[in-house]
Each structure stands twice: as structure tokens, then as C-alpha cells.
Design a protein around this ligand. Structure first.
Ligand code: FDA
Length: 306
């Protein structure tokens, strides 16, 4: 109930104005967001490398409806790639793109525009050996985002897609992509979805996630297991061993489950951290609050303290 209210609020301009103007919001946001500038992303990436982790960087933003805004997002990524390269970031560094921030929802030709912007980012990433992953947004965008991934992979084999286990269609999507070597990030799903397309109960989503992990390790894709759920991580380790899968990685969000992150590194697993940067943090922040009631309590405490 609380979670679905927060997810509804994540799409409300009125709630956005209210939350963004509360000074305490920024203090709480800094737990989940690495900073506002490309230099903050670079610093976080270098710090992760120092502690045995790699990064995937998200320039915050979504639901951009005008071409100028979409071009601003593209330019922010291009500036980020330049800054990462200048700082000597490891070639394994990844960029996470939301096609809606690159103009996917612009009427008439949004899909083509966002694809072109993503292509320009991929070309720049390729020059430095970086990779790109297309984040997955709500279920209405899945077909278009998978199609964009397929199109981009014709020129840039390193482009990955994300699949959400809360969606009923996902096991079919894994089957579809299963004979390719696509980099596939598997998540539980962070968006509010109708029951016609998504599992509503947490145990159903968990069961689907475990099933999808098994299917992913049985495929020839490169699995990117993105979760903070210790049981799912243990299941992934077992499945990787059972299928003798040559390469895979675990992914977690910046500022979340840091002890699990340390465990993964100590056990010699490849751990990538999703690092959000930028000023457009509202939607991302509200989804993180919705995932865990304790985060709401933390936020409320920050509101009442000085
Ligand atoms: P679950 O929600 O069951 O949480 C397991 C445990 O993790 C909790 O008990 C708690 O301890 C901890 N935890 C989880 N969320 C927390 C939070 N916000 N704060 C503190 N602790 C928390 N989604 C999507 O729809 N599209 C996408 O492209 C992506 N991309 C993405 C990349 C990466 C690297 C990750 C890790 C996640 C995503 N997600 C995503 C988000 C994903 O769908 C999901 O909402 C979150 O990962 C939370 O689900 P868990 O798998 O962690 O399990």
C-alpha cells in the first residue's frame, strides 16, 4: 500500500514539487546518489575500482518530452565519457541509459530520436572500451527498448538490456534472447504495473526471479544478476556453478546493501555498482523509498531533525 502510493507519487508533478523543495530531501538523497556533476561520477568510479568493484553510471533523468531536453541528456553522457576517459577509468566501466531520458516518449518520432542519441553515446563509449546497458522502464516501453537494444547491437555488440522478473512476459523474453551472447541484467522490477501484465505479490516476484536466474544461466547470454536479495544471490552462485557458466556479474545500487557488496568482493565475485549522478533525482529517489519502508522512516526522521 505504502509502496504503491510512493510509486504513484513518483509520477506526480505536485508531489515532485513538494519533495524537491524540502531541504532535508537532499540529505537523504545523498545516500543514494553520488553527486550532481560528471566529476562526482568519476570520483565514485575510481573509488569503486580502488575497492575491487566496477561501475555502471546513470545520468539521472526520465520522461523527457522535448528534443532540447533529450539532447541535454545525450550531451551529459558524452561529457561523462570524456571525463571518465581523462581520469583513466577502467575499460570495464558501463553506462546505464534510460531511453525516456533520450526522448523515447516524444510524439511521432521519439523512438528514432532516442535510438540516434543512444547510438552517439555508444560510439563514444566504444572509443574507450566502455559498455552500455539500456535500463528498463515501465511495461509500456519494453518492446521498444528491446528493439532498440537489438538495433544497437548490430554495430555495438556490448549493448545490454534489462529484464524485469515482475513482468509475466519476462521468461519468454529470456527464451527469445537466450541463444545470443547479449549482456542481460535481471532485476525484480521497480515500477507500478497493472496485474494483467505483472505479478502483484512479493512471493510471486521472488519465485519468478529465481526461475529467471536459472533460465539465464542455462542460456548463452552474459548474466548480470542485479539484486540485494541474499537468497537470490546464493541461488545465482549455485546456478553459475551448476551450469559451469564462464562469466557473469552481480550488480547492486549505490549506497544499498554495502555489507553484501563487501561479501561479494571478498568472495572474488565481479560486483558492479549502479551509480546515479545528476540533479533530476526525484523519480529514482521515490522508487528507492518505495522498495523499503525503513527508507521512509529514515526520510521522516531527516525531516524532523536539524
Ligand atoms: P528486494 O526488494 O526483495 O530486496 C531485498 C533486500 O535488499 C531488502 O530486504 C533490503 O534489505 C535490500 N533493499 C532492497 N531495496 C532497498 C532500498 N531501496 N534501500 C535499502 N535496502 C534495500 N529496476 C527496473 O525496473 N529497471 C531497471 O533498469 C533497474 N536497474 C537496476 C540496476 C541495478 C544494478 C539494480 C541493483 C537494480 C535495478 N533496478 C531496476 C531495481 C530493481 O528492480 C529492484 O527494485 C531493486 O533492486 C530492489 O529489489 P531487490 O532485488 O534488491 O529485492
Amino acid at each position: 500500500m505504502l509502496s504503491s502510493t510512493l510509486l504513484r507519487a513518483s509520477r506526480s508533478p505536485r508531489a515532485r514539487r513538494a519533495v524537491e523543495t524540502i531541504p532535508a530531501s537532499r540529505r537523504v538523497v545523498s545516500r543514494f546518489v553520488a553527486g550532481e556533476q560528471p566529476s562526482d561520477a568519476v570520483a565514485a568510479t575510481l573509488e569503486l575500482a580502488r575497492t575491487g568493484r566496477t561501475a555502471t553510471i546513470d545520468v539521472l533523468g526520465e520522461d523527457v518530452r522535448d528534443d532540447a531536453g533529450a539532447r541535454r541528456t545525450r550531451d551529459a553522457y558524452l561529457a561523462l565519457v570524456t571525463a571518465l576517459a581523462a581520469a583513466g577509468a577502467q575499460p570495464a566501466t558501463d553506462l546505464s541509459l534510460k531511453l525516456s531520458a533520450l526522448g523515447q516518449a516524444i510524439p511521432r518520432d521519439g523512438a528514432a530520436r532516442s535510438l540516434e542519441h543512444a547510438r552517439q553515446i555508444c560510439a563514444s563509449a566504444a572509443e574507450h572500451g566502455f559498455t552500455v546497458t539500456l535500463d528498463m522502464e515501465d511495461h509500456t516501453t519494453v518492446d521498444a527498448t528491446l528493439a532498440a537494444g537489438e538495433e544497437l547491437r548490430r554495430d555495438f555488440a556490448f549493448v545490454g538490456n534489462v529484464l524485469q522478473s515482475n513482468l509475466r512476459r519476462t521468461s519468454g523474453d529470456i527464451e527469445q534472447l537466450g541463444s545470443s551472447s547479449t549482456r542481460l541484467r535481471l532485476v525484480k522490477g521497480a515500477y507500478r504495473e497493472p496485474e494483467s501484465v505483472a505479478f502483484a505479490r512479493k512471493w510471486e516476484v521472488d519465485e519468478a526471479y529465481a526461475h529467471d536466474v536459472t533460465a539465464l544461466f542455462a542460456s548463452s547470454c552474459y548474466p548480470m544478476i542485479a539484486t540485494h536479495d541474499a537468497a537470490m544471490l546464493a541461488h545465482a552462485v549455485d546456478e553459475a556453478a551448476r551450469h559451469d557458466h564462464p562469466a557473469w556479474e552481480t550488480q547492486m545500487l549505490y549506497g544499498i546493501a554495502t555489507s553484501l557488496q563487501q561479501d561479494a568482493v571478498a568472495e572474488g565475485r565481479h560486483l558492479r555498482v549502479y551509480v546515479p549522478v545528476g540533479t533530476d533525482w526525484y523519480g529514482y529517489f521515490m522508487r528507492r523509498l518505495a522498495e523499503r519502508p525503513a527508507n521512509v522512516a529514515f526520510f521522516l526522521r531527516a525531516l524532523t531533525s536539524r
